[in-house]
Structures are given as structure tokens and as C-alpha cells.
Design a protein around this ligand. Sequence first.
Ligand code: SF4
Length: 447
Amino acid sequence: MLRSRAQKPCSVLGRSTRILVRCSDANPTERYVVEPASPPNDAGDEQLQPVASASLSQATCWTLSGMTLKELENFVSGMGEKPYRARQLYKWLYRPPVASQVDDMTDLGKLFREALASSARLHALSLREVREAQDGTRKLVYQVDGDSPGAVESVLIPASGRNTLCISSQLGCAMNCQFCFTGKMGLQRNLTAAEIVDQVTLTKARYESPRQASTQISNVVFMGMGEPFQNLDNVLRALEILLDPKAMGLSHRKVTVSTSGLVPEIRRYLRETSANLAVSLNATTNEVRNWIMPINRKYPLEVLLETLREEYARDARRGDKVFFEYVLLGGVNDSLDDAKRLLRLIAHIPCKVNLIPFNSHAGSEFRPSPLPQMEAFRQYLHERGVLVTLRRSRGDDKMAACGQLGNPGIGRTPPRMRVPDAFQKVLGTTPLQTRRSAGAQQGLSKH
Ligand code: SF4
């Protein structure tokens, strides 16, 4: 007999939840145990915490997205089910057609579906808004649960021969890179593995058509909001799902995680996943990098680059290259002297350099580098054998371009860094103006 033990509101699903109890193995209709009970695995990890603030004495809602196959096996075993049920769930969560609700999973028994519906949800995010730029780039704004302010933003960038999805790993960012709009939000919180994975599964479900190869999302880059290596556990778990052929099955060569340069995490990342690494470099002297990327005060250029030299020499990384991202800021880091220094800095590191035009945003003191200057920078590197591209800016009319994600109005804006004397003139600021501007930014963030 299927016993209903309680009718409680589920704070995530927002409806009455029946908690079922496994009464007996003898009769297949007498299946499910009660007790929202103890967590179904002993991993002790974040994903298996209830997504709502429910204590164990309350109805518990699990988020299935973001769970690895092993975690799903533990989950179904906690419901008294066989491991093959986990494989079924795994497929429905990550392989097309992705289930959007429990009833879509038609090969699961009715009782199992009922039990799932009452104790779990499939996804952590829901799509709130899509903003399409003139060039076809789409900014996707995903709603998160609970009390977190803000939203998760991803960007889908179509191009001939490939579609790239740029995803976020945090709500906001703590790194305070001076040229970045997201950095002005400060850090709200880390995203869970479910929230990272959902950006891919839900975007694929919405935009991919099985009959049109041109709609397939071929590349995923972690270059949206946040410093992925400050949320490395969840990023690695998400990567496991993105790369697993039985889940999303993306090629490790088509998935790239970008960091501002956290050295210990770079070492860990290179040992624990085969996905690509990108390093946001953006300067060729410590003076400039200390200013525009404060993380450089902890891990200066020579430490960062020596780490990469060592790591890529260690196992030749399957022939991989590190991608250096370099945002060209007019008068700051775009001179031929910078190009010469960059050539020396990256010597003996297997790499590709991506030059990125700066995308302006309100309140920024930086300006884009002129096109001829950017082209001369690219040409200098190219002629000396560096693999280098000058990226085209995409989606900036909808604030969907690189460095334009987020909502700085919702948090406390971190202080602006002092502009080195040599650059005061370039930026048209004085030390006093820099301090005033920082104060104005902080005032803005409070409202
Ligand atoms: S560039 Fe990246 S690491 Fe730096 S503040 Fe922006 S999101 Fe954070």
C-alpha cells in the first residue's frame, strides 16, 4: 500500500507535497519509504543539500540537475530503487530531449515519478528573460531560487560553423578587475553545480534543434560572471557532467575555463580535468596588472607564468595550449612595447593569444584601443610566430559582450584601485578624481 505520511508545502515546488514511505519490498505497489530523512548519500557535498531552507524534519526537495551518475545512484538507492533508475534519470537530465518536468520521463514507473515529484525537482534555474542583440548574440537571464539577489546570466554567441555558450560560475565576482562591469557587483555567492549545468542544459533545450546541426552548441566557455577558480569544487563537478559522453558529451577541447590567475587552483584544475584553460592576462608589467587586476598582488606575473610553464611542460597536457585573454585598453596596455613584453612573457608556454576589444560600460574610465592599434599589436605577435586572434566584439548593444554581465546595483561596489601616476593623464583623472569616482560608485551601489 502506498501510504501518504504527510501533506506539507514544498517551499521549492510551491505546492502540497506528499511524503511517501517505503513499506515493503514484497509488493511492488508498496514501495516508497518515507522520511524526507537523511541525505541519500554520504558525499557531504553541496548539491545534495536541500535547495530550500528545510530542516530534516521538514519536507525536503532535492535538485537532481548537477548530480553526477554516482550521486544519482545514491539518491535512487535512498528511495529503494535499483541503480538502472539512476542511469535513466541521468539521461533525462542531460541528454536531449532534456526533461523539463518529472512527467516527461516516460520510461519511469508511475509510482517512482510520483515519489520524485514530491521530493525533488529537476532544475535549479528557470529562464526569465532573453535579450537579443543586433548581431544575433543572446543574453539569457536565468532566475535563481530563494533570497539571492540578482540573476544568472549566460550569453549564446552564434558564428558560422560554431555556437559558443558563455556561462557564469558565481553571482557577481570578488576579483575587482577594474575594466569589468561584473567586478563592480562584488561577490553575491557561488553558483551550485546545478546552476552551472542548467545554464547549458536549459539553453540547449531551448535553442538546439535535433534536425539542424547549425543550432548545436559546440563550445562552452566559463567567461561569464565570476572567477571559476573561487568556486572550483562546483566547477569541476559541472565539468564532469559536461564532458561525460553519457551526459552532455562535449569534447574537452571545446570547453574552456578562464581564470584571473589563482595559482594553486590552476595546478589543481590541470590535474583534475582535461578541459581547456584560459588565463586572463591583460597586462605586461606588474605595475599595470596590480592596478587593473588586483589578484596580481598575490600572484604576480612571473609566478603565474612560471606556474604555467612548469605545468604545461610536466605532462605536455596532451598537446593542449593555454589561451591567454588580453583585453586591449586604449593607452594602458596596447602599445608595441606591450606587445614586445608579451612576446617575452609567454615564451616557452604552448599558447594562443586572444586579443579582445574593450567593451565600454557606464562609469568606466577606460576606453577601447583604436582599431589600427589593435591590428598593429596583433600583427607584431603574428609575425613572430604567435598564434593570435583579434576577437570581434559581440552583443554589446544588449550588454551581452565580454565584461558586460551582471547588475552592479544589487551589491556593495568594491573600491576602485589607485591609478598609477603614469596613467593618470591617459585616463584623464587625477588621484583626487579617482578617489571621488570610487566614492560615487559606492554611493550608487547602495540604491
Ligand atoms: S574579469 Fe572575470 S575575474 Fe575579473 S572581475 Fe570580471 S568576472 Fe571577475
